[in-house]
Design a protein around this ligand. Sequence first.
Ligand SMILES: NC(=O)c1ccc[n+]([C@@H]2O[C@H](COP(=O)([O-])OP(=O)(O)OC[C@H]3O[C@@H](n4cnc5c(N)ncnc54)[C@H](OP(=O)(O)O)[C@@H]3O)[C@@H](O)[C@H]2O)c1
Length: 287
Amino acid sequence: MKATTSRTDGLKDFHNKIVYITGGSSGIGLEIARLMVSKGAHVALFARNPEKLERARNEIMNAKHDSSQKITAIPVDITDMKNVSRNMDEAVKQFGKPDILINCAGIVKADYFENISYEDFDAVMKTNVYGARNMIAALLPSMKGKGGHIVNVSSAAGLMSMFSYTAYGTSKFALVGFSDCLRSEMKLHNIDVSVVCPPEVKTPMNQEEAKTMPPEALAVKGLAGVLKPEYVAKTVVKGILKKKFLIIPGFKCRFLYITQKLSPGWLSRAISDSAIRSAVRKISRTR
Ligand SMILES: NC(=O)c1ccc[n+]([C@@H]2O[C@H](COP(=O)([O-])OP(=O)(O)OC[C@H]3O[C@@H](n4cnc5c(N)ncnc54)[C@H](OP(=O)(O)O)[C@@H]3O)[C@@H](O)[C@H]2O)c1
């Protein structure tokens, strides 16, 4: 059944808002969905695996504010433009035009560059960059008329370079650039754009990447802090309300980013190289 929406100007709260979330079946996306539901929004979840999606939908039902709230879960592969177009047309017909689109779906591959195949690199770029692009392209015609907010979930790895992230970091830097270019264009349509750059977050993704992440990277990864998905979700919601463009969850991560921004490039690279060198020394002592 179609969800009804109340206001189109400025998103002061989320009551009755229609929120589309990719990657809504797991981790950060699921927590954002839960929080949005608890604030009275109608939420549509998108991801590939239908069973995981249904489990997520049932889970966030408990967070509902009132019985009129709608929650739907639609399987979609964001890398496939035809699949995205078809499913978004159907979602808009059935559920209503989104007030807020949150592009949270993503995948990671953390390894030495020489171990990252063309196919791995391609999959990371197609999901993390083209995925957000495809969703926006499919939904923009419906959002243009009423205004709203687009949120792209990038990463601290989209602001600061990191060992073993030649695929993932490239995709997340690209997503930050894409969001910044999009921001000024969307202003003309009364659509705000935010990009979220969290440090490490405890989710299934970060457990998965640990399987192939080289020890040098593991040794420096926690420097920007480790957060819970619930905390990231709260920061995202606050950021949307304040219409912030760049949302960096966690004090440590913000501090590291500002310090890096203010320092000359050679200095932050020298600090990073020295941290890696000391990690390598530690690793060779324990072998
Ligand atoms: N966890 C971290 O440390 C961390 C840190 C910074 C930024 N991030 C970013 O935060 C976002 C969420 O990450 P997470 O940690 O919450 O990961 P997660 O728990 O692994 O969730 C990823 C979500 O994306 C969906 N997805 C993956 N590929 C897809 C595709 N082709 N089409 C549609 N949906 C797809 C997954 O569902 P299906 O597999 O069923 O499709 C799942 O719902 C990602 O963009 C990630 O890069 C994560």
